[in-house]
Structures are given as C-alpha cells and as structure tokens.
Design a binder for this molecule. Structure first.
Ligand code: GRF
Length: 201
C-alpha cells in the first residue's frame, strides 16, 4: 500500500473524494498526512473527521521559501511518503522540492491542459469562449501546470454558464479522475517516457 500526502489549502472536496474512494476500496493506498499552509482550511476538518493526521506549515514563520520547503521535505521523508497529491494547494513548489519527488507529485487542474494553466482556469475558459473545457490530473514538473498528463475529462460549456456553475460541473469530474489517477499510480500502472504518460496493461 502506498503512503500518500495530500496538500490542500481550502475546502478540500477533492480530498474528500480521495477519502471516499479509499473507504470503498477503490484506492490501494493510505493518506498518511494532510498538509496545509492555511490553518483555516476546511480540508483539515475533513481529515480530522476521518482520523487522518494533519500538519500546518505556516509560511510566514520561515525566513525563506527554501527553508519552508526543506522543512516540509524532511517531514515527508520521515513519513516515507510515496506520492504527493496537490488537491487545491495554492502555493507553487520550487524546482528543489519537485526534484525530490520526480513523477511522484500529482496535481488536479480545472481545465483541459495545456489550455488555461494557472489561476482561475474556469474564468479563463469562459472569457475565451471555449465550448468544451474540463479537468486534468497531471504530474508536477518545474513549469506551471505543464507536467505529463495522466487523466482528463471533458465538460461542455453552456452559454448560460457563469464561473460558479461551470466550476461546479467540472468539480464533479475532478472528483472522479483524481482518485482514478491515484489508483493507477498505486497499482504501478503508470509509466512516463519522454514527458508522456503510458499505462501498463
Ligand atoms: C479545484 O477546482 C482544483 O481543481 C483546483 O483547486 C480546487 C480545489 O477544490 N486546483 P477543493 O479544495 O478540492 O474543493
């Protein structure tokens, strides 16, 4: 069973989807820790409600981003974490951090990458006027939302959509593909070759 650290800064509905998938036996892994930069994150409550350990790393208590990240890395190493899942984590990880966990950090993004990377992806999609958007689970590399794509799901954009309605519709699919991607990793089915993900039979 793989040991997972989930990083979340906010309400944690994706965390909840992972917890639920574990309860129904759909992920062969354990969430060892939920890490947040935000002590008010509702994700922390969700973890506690499910007897999962939590830890807050207060960014402002560190002299630099480097020290902040080194502290987190040391903590993760002690826990022997196999996979890090960014589920609404609002900080960019530095190359130093990412190099510690090559192809072992996953992120969920609310658009069909490589379209609309970065913040407010659903708003970007609406402003552009695309007719289809969706969500993407990808490995994190040193760019912003540029790493190898693991799973995607398409979602139709209605002309009556606003940011909230589109975000909510996409979110339902995020909750499906994130646990599936984690299980693909947990069962050793993912291979990365030349920046592309392949699934072993
Ligand atoms: C999701 O839309 C995710 O795609 C983005 O941040 C949001 C987090 O939502 N990265 P939640 O905290 O999991 O509810």
């Amino acid at each position: 069973m793989i040991q997972i650290a989930v990083f979340a800064s906010g309400r944690g509905t994706n965390l909840q989807a992972i917890i639920d998938a574990m309860k129904t036996g759909n992920i062969d892994g354990e969430i060892k820790i939920v890490i947040s930069d935000n002590p008010e994150a509702y994700a922390l409550e969700r973890a506690k409600n499910n007897q999962i350990a939590t830890k807050v790393f207060h960014y402002k208590q560190y002299k630099s981003k480097r020290e902040y990240e080194l502290d987190i890395i040391q903590f993760l190493k002690e826990l022997k974490i196999d996979l890090i899942v960014l589920a609404g984590y609002m900080r960019i990880l530095s190359p130093t951090f990412i190099r510690e966990y090559p192809y072992r950090i996953m992120n969920i993004h609310p658009a069909l990458l490589p379209s609309f990377p970065g913040l407010n992806a659903q708003r970007q999609a609406l402003e552009y006027g695309v007719k289809i958007s969706g969500c993407t689970v990808h490995f994190v590399d040193e760019g912003t939302d540029t790493g190898p794509i693991i799973l995607q799901e398409a979602v139709k954009v209605d002309q009556s959509d606003n940011e909230e309605t589109l975000s909510n519709r996409i979110l339902q699919f995020e909750h499906q593909i994130l646990p599936r991607a984690i299980q693909l990793f947990a069962s050793g089915k993912i291979e990365v070759y030349k920046n592309k993900v392949y699934f072993k039979e």
